[in-house]
Write a protein that binds this ligand. Structure first.
Ligand code: C2E
Ligand code: MG
Ligand code: MG
Ligand code: MG
Length: 278
């Protein structure tokens, strides 16, 4: 069907949207062929306390350098990997490698830093999720308190008893749980009470507006107040400058992640920038 012919009743005037579909198809095909870990790697971004500026952990972020497509950012491939199922073996590697890495660092430097690992909603559907995690921790010799699982409101909103039980299991082990991108999704405050979580991760768009948008500042303030009332900690993501840091510290936000303290970098760089000078 020629573009714009409208034969099927669907118009194809939007050239960029059409390219988007083609691109998604390429990504889908390349993902299915991509060797794991082969074309994938992890970078780590530091997390510091807002007030005393102590390193407390890092987040593992996936990178894909496709032999066919070159570098493809996570926002362009994670949702496709969730659709075609590649996220399952990929996530298993991410968990294994990031747990191995935090164990190595904590042992080498005598620290007790926490590794933030992004968890896809699909992984939470796996009834063996916790036992797989147990096995990975045992294999690495990692302490459960070194692990902080990041789930989005998308997962948390499922609202099922299964999820409440899962979070309880994790909490019982002392594995921390964060709600990622908090304040951007369909936030329902009721789940905060129902689920055993540890952190609210304040979404970057809210942090972006802190310095010159009064509404964003008030929303962040409200999030910190809710967290305090419920005994949760807060971490802000996407903090890029000192004025944002100062406001967050003033509002009582506990921890900070963002370019201001460090971009996501490969393990060697992370060690050089954040661990060796401890
Ligand atoms: P996220 O979990 O919310 O991760 C934070 C994102 O914000 C990262 O993007 C990080 O590089 C970026 N970021 C952090 N600080 C700053 C800042 O100061 N300024 C700016 N402009 N950006 C900042 P990234 O690495 O592109 O990852 C995007 C998303 O992809 C992640 O958002 C997460 O949802 C997903 N993702 C990444 N790795 C994994 C993974 O291993 N598994 C799963 N399931 N999802 C992942
Ligand atoms: Mg995250
Ligand atoms: Mg707990
Ligand atoms: Mg986030």
């Amino acid at each position: 069907i020629a573009k714009g012919s409208g034969v099927s009743g669907v118009s194809f005037f939007d050239h960029t949207a059409n390219e988007g579909v083609e691109r998604q198809h390429q990504i889908d095909l390349a993902l299915k062929k991509a060797p794991i870990p082969g074309e994938f790697s992890l970078v780590y971004q530091p997390q510091y306390t807002a007030h005393s500026k102590q390193l407390i952990g890092m987040e593992a972020l996936l990178r894909w350098n496709s032999s066919e497509l070159g570098f493809v950012p996570p926002d362009a491939f994670i949702s496709i990997a969730e659709e075609n199922g590649v996220i399952i073996p990929l996530s298993e590697w991410v968990m294994k490698e990031s747990i191995r890495q935090i164990t190595e660092w904590n042992r080498r430097y005598g620290l007790s830093l926490a590794m933030g690992i992004n968890i896809s909603p699909l992984q939470l559907d796996d009834p063996r999720f916790v036992s797989k995690l147990d096995a990975l921790l045992a294999e690495a010799g990692a302490e459960p308190k070194w692990i902080n699982l990041e789930v989005t409101e998308r997962s948390a909103m499922k609202g099922e008893k299964v999820l409440a039980d899962l979070f309880k299991e994790l909490s019982r082990r002392n594995i921390s749980l964060s709600i990622d991108d908090f304040g951007t999704g369909y936030s329902s405050l009721s789940y905060l009470k129902r689920f055993e979580i540890d952190y609210l991760k304040i979404a970057k768009p809210l942090v972006d507006g802190l310095a010159d948008n009064e509404t964003d500042r008030q929303i962040v303030q409200a999030i910190v107040m809710i967290a305090t009332a419920l005994g949760l900690r807060t971490i802000a993501e996407g903090v890029e400058d000192e004025s944002q840091l100062a406001i967050l510290d003033h509002l009582g936000c506990d921890e900070i992640q963002g370019y201001f303290f460090g971009k996501p970098v490969n393990p060697q760089e992370f060690e050089r920038l954040h661990l060796k000078r401890e």
